[in-house]
Design a protein around this ligand. Sequence first.
Ligand SMILES: Cc1cc2nc3c(=O)[nH]c(=O)nc-3n(C[C@H](O)[C@H](O)[C@H](O)COP(=O)(O)OP(=O)(O)OC[C@H]3O[C@@H](n4cnc5c(N)ncnc54)[C@H](O)[C@@H]3O)c2cc1C
Length: 408
Amino acid sequence: MAEFTMELNDEQKEVRDWLHGFAADVIRPAAAEWDEREETPWPVIQEAAKVGIYSLDFYAQQYFDPTGLGIPMAMEELFWGDAGIALSIVGTGLAAVGVLANGTEEQIGTWIPQMYGDANDVKVAAFCSSEPDAGSDVASMRTRAVYDEAKDEWVINGTKTWATNGGIANVHVVVAVVDPELGSKGHASFIIPPGTEGLSQGQKFKKHGIRASHTAEVILDNVRVPGSCLLGGKEKLDERLARAREKARQGGERVKNAAMATFEASRPAVGAMAVGTARAAYEVALDYAVTREQFGRPIIDNQGVAFQLADMRTSIDAARLLVWRASWMAINGKPFTAAEGSMSKLFASETAKKVTAQAIQILGGNGYTREYPVERMHRDAAIYTIFEGTSEIQRLVIARTLSGKPIR
Ligand SMILES: Cc1cc2nc3c(=O)[nH]c(=O)nc-3n(C[C@H](O)[C@H](O)[C@H](O)COP(=O)(O)OP(=O)(O)OC[C@H]3O[C@@H](n4cnc5c(N)ncnc54)[C@H](O)[C@@H]3O)c2cc1C
């Protein structure tokens, strides 16, 4: 087990500086354009693929870093560049992790390369879980997968919503109900291969922020996929369902806890994205505060402005510490006895919203215009308190853990 450290090692520093260079030279200069276009920034993803940032290798290297700091460090730098573009770059990773976590070696080898494509022909992937009536309440999911034994095929019907890269992805990973009696333990994940009949994009959402990231409904109308598209395989699913039925008979709460533990491990990554956006806005505000003069002196010479910057920086550093702690706990298999993963996401996302609003205030009228990036960063920051579990759901999870009640 790696000791918890607050300092990056030399190799990590090198990767961080390389990512920062890409974020500063390629992502940030393109941010305003793709925000206005509200389209997937394919040329930027392609650039990221050429240098090796948009690849499974890079993602896996950071993911398995024993210090736990690889992913938060990478997320912070990329999202410092721009949240919408960065989400377009890392969105595929969310689907790939679903396959890495649940897929067989053969599934990993077959599908993950098709999720990324290559530098000359980049592809993206989507992870589709949320539905119109199943957002926070995942157990209400209705998309149904039924096994057709005669053909060894799964037939999937339902509507997914809010899917990042939904409809434009080469490979979709879709979560569906296979046993409605078991709540979220009766769910399974399926690969929907490129060009599968019956899968189509529904509405593409026009969003408040992260507008360079494509978000859409995904409609599944009698989608048929081979048995080999069930992640983990049928035998493993049958065993898991049998275990879940048995556990449900003994006491359903223990069943729910296992699923929540996975979220505890993935939420710090979203916290790190929020830290990146908050830090970006703070830096713009600090720079502005030392150069903008009113009443014959820089505005930072007013305590009212300087104290805001002090609070912004303090919150950002505190958020990063919570994120790093939870990431270290996740990679080292430490139990989240106080829902530390949810804590990190809650604090970092609320910090990003607050800090970006303070940045607008410090820039005055300029902060309110699209001539400066902080209004975009503020619009972008609002997503962090919503996706991967809203702030209210994080508080619910933390409160239930503290009060000794099972997480659900
Ligand atoms: C831009 C974007 C990208 C996304 N990408 C993906 C993706 O790639 N894949 C995917 O599957 N999903 C994705 N999502 C979906 C996201 O995870 C959900 O929006 C989120 O989980 C909230 O669900 P909901 O929108 O249905 O809100 P609801 O669950 O309807 O919540 C509405 C409000 O009620 C509150 N609330 C609900 N239940 C409780 C409670 N018990 N106690 C207190 N308050 C409560 C919530 O906190 C919220 O404030 C994305 C969403 C967005 C906006």
